[in-house]
Write a new protein. Structure first.
Length: 57
């Protein structure tokens, strides 16, 4: 979602936090803000993820 809408590739660790925040947000009032801190760079994980998704890892 961040990559598509903002051009941000989050690190794998931050991606887990984003996934949880999306699920958590569905349980909270719409006027409530949720802050997720991103760290790292996901561009260094792209090759690793391609291999895993293809079953090469």
């Amino acid at each position: 979602m961040l990559s598509q809408k903002e051009g941000i590739i989050p690190a794998l660790e931050s991606s887990h936090a984003i996934s949880y925040a999306i699920k958590y947000a569905a349980t909270r009032p719409k006027e409530e803000s949720i802050i997720v801190c991103l760290s790292g760079r996901g561009d260094k994980d792209v090759d690793q993820m391609q291999k895993r998704l293809k079953g090469d890892a």
